[in-house]
Design a binder for this molecule. Structure first.
Ligand code: ADP
Length: 301
């Protein structure tokens, strides 16, 4: 069985329904979003597992049944008594979205407490998918545990795919964030940053600089997303630029990067060349940003 393990935090998502006093409940989170898109894109001979931690309460059970229903494997999800899942609420004010979070004590912070759970989950997998957020939410010792597990996984032939997804508010300081992001990039086979965040926090003067910085940190390959602008990718030929199709409509850019990553990865895993994979990532992101929400089922026609 070909298997991918996505690692991180899935949260409950509360959004307005248009009816006063009535909110809709969904589930989302960066690595989960990518796992969900990968499940839709890859054939069934690929197993997509999600590794996180949840509580033993009813809300956690609801998340697990959502994941089961979506065809995402839950066998490696730890259940921790007295904890529950994180939540966020999408505020809409004059058409602008902002987010309020309740995640500071979520069960997911404990996802890497036990090295044996990580070892078991990664054993025999082809690919591990992590983001900067997967690391940001963890206590320092667990960051080291996850780093060690990924290093061992790689030494055994597994591939590590990493989206830095810079979220300074989740880290102790911006400096600690940049140090950890650089460390994790150093053990990645594919690093998928978004240029605007990188320019802000690493001071890169252009996406090609982002690509070169992560290559110097040790990433085997780097693909830099840059909104509507060309995607920059490293290859045997150096650093190349790939124009992408313009979006016909931009309604909500939530999960643009997460869906791009899934479109790109599924194409690469199906043996398609770099330029096709970038087009596939951009085409999926295009369909996702034309609709509201992180998980856009209509993106698959
Ligand atoms: P993130 O959502 O992680 O900040 P980006 O904004 O760089 O990432 O967008 C990720 C991908 O989504 C881009 O590489 C592109 O394919 C697509 N995308 C995002 N915004 C636009 C846009 N305005 N027009 C066309 N494609 C876009």
């Amino acid at each position: 069985m070909k298997r991918i393990v996505a690692i991180g935090e899935c949260m409950g998502e509360l959004s307005e329904t248009g009816t006063a006093g009535l909110l809709a409940m969904g589930f989302a989170g960066d690595t989960l979003n990518t796992a969900w898109y990968l499940r839709h894109l890859l054939p069934k001979d690929w197993q997509i597992d999600y590794l996180t931690a949840v509580g033993t309460d009813a809300m956690s059970a609801r998340m697990l049944s959502f994941l089961d229903g979506e065809g995402i494997g839950t066998s490696y999800i730890r259940r921790i008594a007295d904890k529950t899942i994180g939540l966020y609420y999408i505020q809409l004010k004059d058409g602008e979205r902002s987010f309020a979070y309740w995640r500071s004590d979520s069960a997911a912070k404990r996802l890497a407490d036990d090295p044996l759970v990580l070892e078991r989950a990664l054993a025999g997998a082809r690919l591990a998918y992590v983001s900067g957020i997967s690391f940001a939410i963890l206590p320092e010792t667990s960051r080291n545990t996850l780093m060690e597990a990924l290093t061992v996984f790689r030494a055994g032939g597994g591939k590590v795919v990493f989206d830095p997804n810079l979220r300074p508010r989740l880290w102790e300081t911006a400096e600690i964030m940049c140090q950890w992001i650089t460390r994790v990039a150093g053990i990645s086979d594919l690093c998928l940053p978004s240029y605007d965040d990188e320019a802000t926090w690493f001071g890169d003067d252009g996406p090609d600089e982002t690509a070169k910085r992560y290559r110097s940190a040790g990433a085997v390959q780097v693909v830099v997303k840059n909104g509507a602008d060309p995607v920059i990718a490293t290859s045997a030929r150096g650093v190349e630029s790939f124009s992408i199709e313009a979006a016909s409509s931009v309604v909500d850019t939530t999960a643009a990067g997460d869906s791009f990553n899934a479109g790109y990865l599924s194409a690469i895993l199906s043996g398609r060349p770099l330029s096709d994979a970038i087009s596939a990532g951009a085409a999926l992101a295009n369909r996702v940003i034309a609709q509201r929400g992180a998980l856009v089922a209509s993106a698959f026609g």
